[in-house]
Design a binder for this molecule. Structure first.
Ligand SMILES: Cc1cc2nc3c(=O)[nH]c(=O)nc-3n(C[C@H](O)[C@H](O)[C@H](O)COP(=O)(O)O)c2cc1C
Length: 215
């Protein structure tokens, strides 16, 4: 079982990346081989509307053909047994780099079939791991569930884990952050970060167990 983890945060070893590392460890506990890629290390754009993935009889039908750093990552994701995407929430959605990845992953599978069937031949199981500042993911009607449904429709069975009330700064006193109760944020981190790591690890284990049950 091969599991590809994508870190969709520009920050390494911060909330999203740490949760992703835990989820990958959880998958490894069930025997998975894992790899992590940091999307912000790559140079790529969103869908270029070249339609190579729609050209009937074309060599790239239902595959993204755009030759930049994301192309091998897309190929690797589609060959994996499980994909885990970790991302912070930026202005109520995922960061632009992650949205660009979603466009490039989703669009080749969108073949405009009358019966709605997807272009990808094989289901790719996916886990979405979103981290955010707010303490209730429903507060801003995050599109996380919409993302999950797009994955279900175009990629394969998908589960979502929201990690809430994250610490954004290592020291709230040196950044403009009046709106936050800095002490409560730090207390929350001390009390709950380890718990969230365990939830992320269990999430990785659960996703890997789903893959094993497919066999
Ligand atoms: C540009 C930007 C926009 C953000 N917008 C939101 C938001 O709309 N809602 C929210 O809950 N948190 C928001 N945050 C906070 C991050 O989502 C949160 O701290 C996240 O856990 C950071 O993940 P990281 O540590 O992996 O970078 C924003 C952070 C940044 C930098």
């Amino acid at each position: 079982m091969f599991v590809l983890g994508l870190n969709g945060s520009p920050r390494k070893n911060w909330n999203s990346d740490r949760m992703l590392q835990e989820a990958l460890l959880g998958a490894e506990e069930l025997g998975a081989e894992t790899e992590k890629i940091d999307l912000y290390d790559l140079h790529y754009t969103g869908c270029r509307s070249c339609f190579a993935c729609k050209r009937l009889g074309g060599t790239s039908f239902a595959r993204c053909a755009w030759p930049d750093d994301l192309k091998p990552v897309l190929d690797k994701a589609l060959a994996a047994d499980l994909l885990i995407v970790a991302a912070p929430i930026y202005f109520r959605t995922v960061p632009g780099m992650v949205r660009c990845f979603y466009e490039r992953l989703f669009y080749p599978s969108q073949i405009y079939a009358r019966d709605g069937h997807k272009g990808y031949q094989k289901d790719l199981r996916t886990g979405l791991l979103y981290t955010m500042n707010v303490d209730d993911p429903a507060i801003n009607r995050y599109p996380a569930e919409t993302d999950r449904l797009d994955f279900e429709r175009l990629v394969g069975p998908t589960k979502l884990l929201n990690i809430v009330d994250t610490c954004q700064f290592d020291d709230y006193s040196v950044y403009a952050s009046e709106r936050f109760d800095a002490a409560a944020k730090m207390r929350h981190r001390e009390e709950f970060f380890e718990r969230d790591c365990l939830r992320a690890r269990a999430f990785g284990r659960e996703l890997a167990a789903d893959c094993l049950s497919d066999r």
